[in-house]
Design a protein around this ligand. Sequence first.
Ligand SMILES: [Zn+2]
Length: 249
Amino acid sequence: MKHSQESRSSLALRYGEHRIRCAVRRSDSRTKGSISIHIEPSGRVLIDAPALASDSEIRLAAMRRVTWIYKRLSEIEDRLRLATTREYVSGETIYYLGRRYRLKVIGESNARSVRIRGGYIEVSTVDSSPASVKKALHDWYRNRARSVLADRLAEVSKQLRWVKVMPPVSFRAMKVQWGSCSPRGRITLNPDLVRAPKQCIDYVLTHELCHLKEHNHGARFYRLLDMHLPGWRRIKIRLDDMADAILAT
Ligand SMILES: [Zn+2]
């Protein structure tokens, strides 16, 4: 962990008749002249700037990319709209291990259950309200995640000689990440990852397991990842492209 001083402020950009609010984070760990802009999945715009950057310098850098910012925000808005209009009724598309399934809701069942049958994921609930279906489906995903991701982790670990013992794993729904690895070697995985293709799951696991050896994203980390999963960039793009569809469930 590197300790550095940070200060936070905000600014508003104009784009046509739109006003875009941005959070600004100045930090003395950034080199002079390097201003970067991130858009978080929630739609928050975050500008990272060196401690001594002036307001006008930051504004100028942001204005240069304002069209890009606006486009990204529009996409996020569309996605959020899509995600919130999901109704949990029969016929909707849902994903498991990268495969598309149709949701089939069976109401008025004696017990709650979820199972895969052909191209369908059948959810049986006592009542067929969207809230019950959603809960049943999410619990099922979580259980599948625990079993499938643990199996894949054991499998991927076998190929990596520095993984002598299986690292402790926990599961947590995260908006921004598929996984993370703590400095002490605890791996946290997003259970939604079980909706992605196996190849993408293995990529995320390999990435996290490489962190057991290289804790940051420095050149040595990427060299290690390149060595053990040479095609990871292509797989990452595939996962990024699928993320919106997969997560809108
Ligand atoms: Zn990482």
